[in-house]
Design a protein around this ligand. Structure first.
Ligand code: FAD
Ligand code: SF4
Ligand code: SF4
Ligand code: SF4
Length: 383
């Protein structure tokens, strides 16, 4: 019987899922089992759209279709939290299985704190996350730094500190540090992210710590809740997945890699925030001077939803029809999200004017997080 804190190597029993999966297909097999067995009514996962740079969220109710979502899309910069809310709102009693990164999990927890999602209706399969790369920048990086046609790439991965591509005729890897020094690599919010192993999900799954003959063919699974333990036990008993205890050396390695990633995240926070500190208001005023008031930063923020209508039409402090908007437009938004900005990067990623919005709100919120309880994306949902 699995228990909270247990760690396993896990892989799909089905040969096709094992092959299609990023690291042995455990997540895909667990989602399939959860759906078939009625633990959930639907699964929200991500599948490849037009190409590798196009990550498409998809709700699935037929277990046979889940294999289409196998594999990790590191250029999938989407956030699933608000989609989960929309699904639960539209399907009043349904239970949903979701593959979540750390930021998806944090977004859901912040929504749950506002009674906007019911965590009891969710089964969260967490993926460890070293970061994601914006699709447009990824294409540019592959063309300019790797000197490979981005359309010739059929697989990308981030492993052992490198961004690696496989393409017709070969494969190449370049150190993420070197890419980031030159302005490529992970999104800036991902560099600052400290939520690398999503332990607030039901299971935290990743490739870190899988060593020996299982490397690349199994997922390291940490059990984080009773619900996660129940799923893993039942799926193993039904023959959907195979498991074995994680190698102790692998556990040690995983701990070290996680620690190194957290140190790197703190290094980026220091660098980004210190650069901003000397002229915070001047920088915000200058950058937001390009705003075309498209509202994308509001609509796509996982924690800003109740304020959208108010901000758009009914605010007494924002004059309608003014472009660029009065600074009050941005100050109002910062005020709305200041206690909950999870640094998911959606506002910045989707701003057509490339305004570094997540940097501003994250700088302010992370200072607050040293004092506020509960911490962002944490309790009261302790699983
Ligand atoms: P599969 O059975 O292949 O299932 C993969 C699941 O991930 C599917 O449900 C799919 O829909 C979902 N998915 C794919 N792309 C995304 C996305 N962009 N956002 C949300 N869900 C997605 N593990 C580590 O140990 N260290 C890392 O640094 C690390 N970085 C990652 C970064 C990203 C962006 C992602 C998506 C995953 C990362 N992982 C990392 C997890 C790892 O790549 C595997 O997903 C994990 O080991 C599970 O393997 P699997 O074969 O069981 O998954
Ligand atoms: Fe991954 Fe964190 Fe970036 Fe989300 S914010 S994609 S969890 S690194
Ligand atoms: Fe302005 Fe960018 Fe927000 Fe659009 S997304 S309203 S341009 S700051
Ligand atoms: Fe994410 Fe931006 Fe909203 Fe913060 S303000 S939670 S970074 S979308």
């Amino acid at each position: 019987m699995a228990a909270i804190g247990d760690m396993f190597y896990t892989w799909a029993a089905d040969a096709d899922v094992l092959k299609k999966g990023e690291c042995g297909g455990a997540i895909t097999a667990l989602q399939q089992y959860a759906l078939k067995s009625g633990m959930v009514d639907a699964v929200l996962a991500v599948r490849k759209g037009a190409d590798l740079y196009d990550a498409v969220p998809t709700v699935i109710t037929d277990p046979a279709e889940i294999a289409e979502t196998a594999g990790s899309l590191h250029c999938g910069t989407l956030l699933l939290s608000k989609l989960v809310k929309d699904y639960l709102d539209a399907n009043k009693t349904a239970k949903l299985g979701v593959t979540v990164k750390g930021c998806d999990t944090m977004g859901l927890i912040e929504l749950a704190k506002r009674n906007a999602v019911d965590m009891d209706r969710l089964l969260l399969l967490g993926v460890n996350c070293g970061g994601s790369v914006s699709p447009v920048l990824a294409r540019k990086m592959i063309a300019e730094k790797f000197e490979v046609d981005p359309d010739a790439v059929h697989k990308e991965e981030i492993d052992k500190g490198q961004f690696i591509i496989e393409y017709e005729g070969g494969h190449k890897g370049i150190k993420i540090d070197d890419l980031e020094d030159e302005g490529y690599g992970r999104r800036s919010n991902c560099r600052r992210c400290l939520y690398k192993v999503p332990r607030q999900a039901d299971l935290a799954c990743g490739n870190w710590g899988v060593i020996g003959e299982k490397a690349g063919n199994a997922t390291f699974v940490e059990v984080c809740s009773e619900k996660g333990a129940k799923l893993l036990d039942a799926a193993a008993k039904a023959g959907a997945v195979a498991t074995e205890p994680a190698n102790p050396k692998g556990i040690e390695i995983r701990g070290k890699v996680e620690g190194a990633m957290l140190n790197l995240g703190n290094k980026w926070r220091k660098k980004d925030f210190e650069a901003l500190a000397s002229d915070l208001w001047g920088t915000i005023a200058r950058e937001t001077g390009r705003c075309i008031k498209c509202y994308s930063c509001i609509e796509n923020c996982p924690v800003c939803f109740p304020a959208a209508d108010e901000l758009k039409g009914k605010s007494r402090m924002v004059v309608s029809g003014e472009v660029p908007p009065n600074p009050m437009f941005h100050l109002r938004r910062f005020a709305h999200i200041s206690d909950s900005c999870i640094n998911c990067g959606q506002c910045e990623e989707l701003c057509p004017m490339d305004i570094p919005l997540a940097l501003f709100s994250h700088a302010v919120r992370s200072e607050g997080d040293t004092a506020f309880e509960p911490k962002l994306g944490k309790a009261p949902y302790t699983n």
